[in-house]
Design a protein around this ligand. Structure first.
Ligand SMILES: Nc1ncnc2c1ncn2[C@@H]1O[C@H](COP(=O)(O)OP(=O)(O)OP(=O)(O)O)[C@@H](O)[C@H]1O
Length: 623
């Protein structure tokens, strides 16, 4: 009779015959992660320090469960040796009731222990999740640009829940395997020291054999998975529009077919080996589980080794013997599980250790957004991205309050970078950017967000209703204000004609609406926010004439009376600006009113002529 498990088994712990995974395998990515960002045990301990009491109770429960479970073989022995042969029904009743009672007690302890361990794991996870989320929120745009898409989400959800499961399942699994193995060994010695000695001889080869077979099976299965994935990729890539086009134009069709045939053939062999290895694993486990009691019975039959034991002792002992196999197998995987657990912590701590590049001011200057005039200055601004190459070289620029400045220049000249410094999406390297004489780095972040509004090319709408998207700008706004903002953004008619009006869902990232409509919704959102300073990034993508006129009208309404910095792509925007700034390779090469710059016949004049030609649909040379 096996000792009932006090805890759910950890991943990779050995299971009964036929089932279960093989031994866990060290993941090279985990090892690499740990080399890159080692984890201090003290730091993990600190996370669990507030739950010391719970941990103590859980360990106590696991131990109690292992010890209580050990009563079973002794009860069995008493049934066989004392109750049955003497027809003692009262004793039999008591013993069998106790057997059920012991099973019920260990089961109940198991439930309580799982509840406590999981609850603690969840609380630690919750704390970490919230800490990580707020910490990542504080990171600059640069961090998100550098980080592979999906990586942040994966660490926040997958790694944290993985960590929780490792902590609660593996840790309690290890504790329960350990206590079960020790308690079983003690009980075995108590029942029969002689047979225990024989078991010690039988157990290691049995464990070695089943691990060996399991490792072979795991390797074959891994190889099969890899081949299968390669086959899938080839199907996905090869049988798609672009794949077929590529194969046909490059003439790789026969080569691809041959590669597919070879892969498919390799799979035949691998599938066969994998199925057989699975069967072998089951067979070895069956043999091991039959052989262990057989050896014990054999030993019990010889006077030299039996030590005059009773039948009851023999039955109880074989039960215990079978029960020690599983925890020992589980314990053999501890090393790998430990590395997996550490890698989870390492990935999370790595993010928590990131220093935000843009820090809020320690003693922020408070500016009342309603009283801000909107005098913006760039003074000797230098800026370099992480790779160290300077992309802005000493920009000096004044944007007088309430005026419109259009920034133009070839692609890569630094227009977006310059604009990103005003709302502090990036921080200047040297020099300063100020609003009404206050360095933007000294402003309280909430004030800066109220003072500087941004409408970028890439409008970002959350997957919610139009109303919820607009209320992001001002949670207090009533429907009346929402409608007038929509009207100013030339969107009131469109929204008004929708059956659900303001309650229409915008779809994931706004896909329910066309590009021009999304832009106008974003403009309405900024109108609601009513910032005195605006950064506009004009869309480069072509909109049809009507839509463009609508977006333009919305932007004009938005910019009226505010200091605006527009990354301009349309001639009309430039011509209506109070000031035009021409950037080239991170330097201001021309500055003045549109008329002045045109008259000067420099870079701007050439750019204007070129743009006018392009907007007319004709190359400049033809014109
Ligand atoms: N996150 C980044 N990391 C490193 N370099 C960057 C990053 N963003 C931009 N750059 C580089 O900085 C320079 C200026 O880029 P920026 O986007 O400011 O130019 P732009 O004038 O706005 O161009 P476009 O008109 O094409 O949008 C370019 O050489 C660009 O490659």
């Amino acid at each position: 009779m096996a000792i009932p498990d006090a805890a759910p088994q950890g991943p990779g712990s050995g299971r009964g015959p036929g089932g279960g995974r093989g031994p866990a395998k060290l993941n090279p990515a985990d090892q690499k992660q740990l080399n890159r960002h080692p984890v201090q045990l003290r730091r993990i301990a600190a996370l669990f320090a507030p739950h010391k009491g719970t941990i103590a109770v859980v360990v106590l429960l696991i131990t109690a469960s292992s010890v209580v479970g050990l009563a079973q073989p002794f009860l069995v022995r008493a049934v066989i040796d004392d109750a049955l042969p003497h027809g003692n029904t009262r004793l039999l009743l008591f013993l069998t009731a106790s057997m059920v009672g012991v099973a019920a007690l260990t089961a109940a302890i198991g439930v309580v222990q799982t509840w406590m361990a999981t609850g603690m794991g969840q609380r630690v996870m919750h704390t970490l999740r919230v800490r990580l989320f707020t910490h990542l929120q504080a990171q600059s745009l640069g961090f998100f640009t550098r980080t592979r898409g999906g990586e942040v989400q994966s660490r926040l959800t997958h790694d944290i829940s993985g960590m929780q499961s490792v902590v609660t399942t593996t840790a309690t699994g290890v504790a329960s395997n350990l206590t079960t193995a020790v308690a079983t060994a003690v009980a075995m010695v108590a029942l029969s020291p002689g047979l225990t000695l024989i078991s010690l001889v039988v157990l290691p080869p049995a464990i070695w054999l089943s691990r060996r077979v399991a490792i072979i099976r795991r390797d074959v299965t891994d190889e099969r998975q890899r081949e299968l994935a390669a086959l899938h990729t080839q199907v996905e890539e090869g049988l798609s529009v672009s794949g077929v086009r590529l194969a046909k134009t490059l003439g790789t069709v026969p080569r691809d077919a041959e590669r597919f045939r070879a892969r498919s053939e390799t799979l035949v062999g691998l599938e066969l080996r994998s199925q057989l290895a699975g069967r072998w694993r089951m067979a070895t486990m069956q043999i091991v589980f039959a052989a262990i009691p057989a050896v014990i019975y054999l030993a019990a039959g010889f006077p030299a080794t039996s030590g005059g034991m009773t039948i009851g002792t023999l039955v109880a002992f074989t039960g215990l013997q079978a029960g020690i196999f599983r925890p020992v197998m589980g314990l053999l995987n501890i090393g790998v599980q430990w590395v997996t657990a550490l890698a989870f912590f390492s990935r999370i701590f790595e993010y928590l250790d990131l220093e935000p590049e843009i820090r809020p001011a320690a003693n922020p200057v408070r500016l009342d957004p309603a009283a801000v005039r909107g005098d913006v200055r760039f003074e000797n601004v230098h800026f370099a991205y992480d790779d160290g190459t300077e992309v802005l070289h000493g920009i000096d620029l004044a944007l007088p309050a309430g005026t419109a400045t259009a920034v133009v220049g070839p692609t890569g000249s630094g227009k977006s970078t310059l604009a990103s410094l005003l709302p502090r999406l990036n921080d200047t390297g040297s020099g300063r950017v100020s609003i009404d004489g206050v360095d933007v780095r000294d402003l309280a972040p909430e004030d800066l967000a109220r003072i500087v509004g941004v409408v970028s090319q890439e409008t970002y709408l959350i997957h919610a209703t139009i109303r919820e998207n607009l209320l992001l700008a001002d949670p207090e706004a009533g429907d009346g204000r929402l409608w007038s903002a929509l009207a100013a953004a030339q969107m009131a008619d469109t929204v008004g004609s929708l059956p659900e009006g303001l309650d229409t869902m915008v779809g994931a990232r706004g896909h329910r609406f066309s590009g021009g409509e999304q832009q106008r919704l974003a403009i309405a959102r900024t109108i609601l926010r009513n910032p005195p300073v605006l950064v506009l990034d004009e869309a480069t993508s072509a909109l049809d004439n009507t839509t463009e006129a609508q977006v333009q009208a919305a932007l004009e309404h938005l910019s009226a009376g505010r200091t605006t910095l527009t990354i301009a792509h349309r001639l009309s925007t430039v011509e209506n600006a109070d000031q035009v700034v021409v950037l080239d390779a991170g330097r201001v090469i021309e500055r003045g009113t549109p008329a002045e710059l045109k008259a000067a016949g420099g870079a701007f004049a050439r750019l204007a002529a070129h743009t006018a030609a392009a907007e007319d649909g004709m190359p400049a040379a033809v014109r």
